[in-house]
Design a protein around this ligand. Structure first.
Ligand SMILES: N[C@@H](CCC[C@H](N)C(=O)O)C(=O)O
Length: 282
């Protein structure tokens, strides 16, 4: 990875981790060093043997820690659910605790140990108003956006839901996720004018009220094995469209997340496995 480095990152510890296949390089910047867009893109491209989806900076914040998030194309993101579970596991291992609080660009999150290499993160409340997602124009009901995929007179998909989980999501409900050409229309919807900050684009299939099958085209990263915030956005959208209850297993190509949208405080909880793949110094 040496070629991708700016001088002040040299010697920083890194961990290569994944959350059900969503792969990250986490760079420990608590002792110094700055991670910017160019360095993040360079590190993602230079990684060998794994397609990196995000590069995460672990920075000092007061007495504790916080995460910064870069997509593999170098763009900055406000939230990353799977990386939050990886960071939480790492901090709990360091501190010898079963619970941790740390900062993210979208606010501080609490996480708890849910088993061996298994973590629950409280992702906070979804934001459903069009200004908060954000959308470029007023939309009374963000459960159904005026977006179509395919020929104007014969669209194959239409009426997706929009949700912010700290980052913007667009979720199409379909009969069969495997049949969708997400590689073709994902980039178009990611850059649709209705999403001034872009969007993560998912297709969701609901075989029963306790289960969602999901595939995601991530903003700034493309097709991924899994996307934690997309899983949260899909469950929230499915509840709003009366397709599931407030708790469901969300199965992505890389594995399954247990997602629940708590009525008491409106928070979304995400539980799933993480893997620590390797560690070293830049
Ligand atoms: N992998 C993530 C989401 C990463 C950020 C996203 N691509 C964006 O730009 O908003 C997750 O697990 O949530």
């Amino acid at each position: 990875m040496e070629d991708a480095l700016s001088a002040d990152l040299e010697g920083c510890r890194y961990w290569l981790m994944d959350g059900i296949g969503n792969a990250f390089i986490i760079v420990d910047l608590r002792g110094g060093g700055t991670l910017g867009e160019d360095a993040a893109r360079g590190l993602a491209e230079a990684a060998e043997g794994v397609r990196i989806d995000q590069v995460i900076g672990l920075v000092a914040e007061g007495e504790g820690a916080a995460m910064t998030i870069f997509n593999r194309d170098g763009s900055v993101a406000g939230a990353c659910g799977n990386a939050a579970r990886c960071i939480a596991w790492r901090l709990m291992e360091e501190q010898g605790t079963d619970e941790v609080i740390f900062g993210t660009p979208a606010g501080s999150v609490t996480a708890t140990r849910a088993g061996d290499h298994r973590v629950t993160v409280d992702m906070g409340a979804p934001r459903l108003g069009w200004q908060d997602i954000p959308l470029a124009e007023a939309c009374e009901d963000t459960r159904f956006l005026d977006i179509k995929v395919g020929p104007i007179d014969n669209p194959v998909l239409w009426g997706p839901s929009a949700v912010s989980m700290g980052n913007p999501h667009c979720v199409f409900f379909v009969e069969d996720v495997a049949a969708q050409r997400l590689d073709r229309f994902g980039p178009l919807i990611e850059n649709h004018p209705l999403f001034p900050e872009g969007a993560n684009v998912s297709v969701a299939e609901v075989p029963d009220p306790h289960h969602i099958r999901l595939r995601t085209w991530e903003r700034g990263a493309g097709l991924t094995q899994a996307c934690g915030t997309a899983a949260c956005a899909a469950l929230v959208s499915a509840v709003r469209r009366r397709r599931t209850g407030r708790r469901a297993d969300v199965t992505l190509p890389g594995g399954t997340l247990d997602i629940s949208w708590r009525e008491a405080d409106d928070h979304v909880l995400m539980t799933g496995d993480i893997r620590a793949l390797r560690t070293g110094r830049l």
